[in-house]
Design a protein around this ligand. Sequence first.
Ligand SMILES: NC(=O)C1=CN([C@@H]2O[C@H](COP(=O)(O)OP(=O)(O)OC[C@H]3O[C@@H](n4cnc5c(N)ncnc54)[C@H](OP(=O)(O)O)[C@@H]3O)[C@@H](O)[C@H]2O)C=CC1
Ligand SMILES: O=C(CO)COP(=O)(O)O
Length: 337
Amino acid sequence: MSEKIAVLGAGSWGSILANLLDENGHDVSLWSYKQDQVDELNQHHTNTHYIKDFTYSETLVAYSDLKAALKDATTVLFVVPTKAVRSVASQTKRALAELHTKPALIHASKGIEQDTYKRVSEILAEEIPAESRQSITVLSGPSHAEDVAKKDITLVTAASTDLSAAEHVQKLFMNRYFRVYTNTDVIGVEIAAALKNIIALGTGALHGLGYGDNAKAALMTRGLAEISRLGASFGANPLTFIGLAGVGDIIVTGTSHNSRNWRAGDELGKGQSLEEVIDTMGMVIEGVATTKSAYELAKQRGVDMPITTAIYQVLYEGKDIREAISDLMQREGRSEF
Ligand SMILES: NC(=O)C1=CN([C@@H]2O[C@H](COP(=O)(O)OP(=O)(O)OC[C@H]3O[C@@H](n4cnc5c(N)ncnc54)[C@H](OP(=O)(O)O)[C@@H]3O)[C@@H](O)[C@H]2O)C=CC1
Ligand SMILES: O=C(CO)COP(=O)(O)O
């Protein structure tokens, strides 16, 4: 069944998801706040700053006017960086009121809001209250835009407290190369999605410093253990952390050059400063802000997160990376579980 879907955010992931939905037969409008990017998408069907050597569908239409993009949409997909979700959601609420529509919401952003420690679905629910929308579903999992652009096999999860909403999202996105599972553990999926970026910064840094596979596997495994502990403190389902949004996304982000978080860590390991890394990336590195949120959240809730703490100290307190690694290694021995 074909739908009118508005995709908000035309970076790497938003533009590729919009293209996938268009290929699946939906009527898709793609919103960006940058007119030059909208012009490039509509005139040349390219988005070169974000995804190189890719031609988008000619039926995919980009808009810089949010209300025009949202017109008649029955589903709205948010794919902006976490720090922009609140303001884009608030603009969306105003536009929906003028349009008199109540769409279902999906988001594919991976982060925890600074200072409020809100998950993205919580921000959306606050800014767009229940009377202005249908359900909220999160789409997450091991899914680099670059691989989806190549139609490489990708498996993700659609999580909503309302299973029928997750099943609807599953149907919207599924095709021969993109397979979607459902989950009702929104808390677990969003915590796993956000915090895996911290671990990817860490494995990238290990790579940049010249450490081997054992060290990277150790960091991903123990990183997932502490992410699960934080998730459990919020009542998340422990199984979520061994699923696509958990171990799946740790593997893809923690081992791949396609990951901006991994690449940022790699450059830090090679000696660049955080400012230099952010300046040269030109795309969002969600793990930097999430490290601060997760570190503060863990302290507030009394959850032991030694790896997150070490990465926080490197990013925000100028601690030497090798010293941080050495301190982690010299912690008192303990039982694994
Ligand atoms: N790339 C990927 O493979 C995947 C990404 N994600 C997640 O998706 C989210 C978006 O990531 P991605 O597309 O990769 O990021 P990009 O950096 O590639 O693109 C983000 C886009 O959002 C725009 N933007 C920034 N601030 C605002 C704002 N206030 N209002 C409107 N638009 C804004 C950016 O513009 P500008 O460049 O001017 O800042 C840019 O066009 C992130 O949370 C990420 O973790 C999830 C799965 C896969
Ligand atoms: O979330 C991602 C893949 O699942 C993308 O990770 P990066 O933001 O590090 O590129």
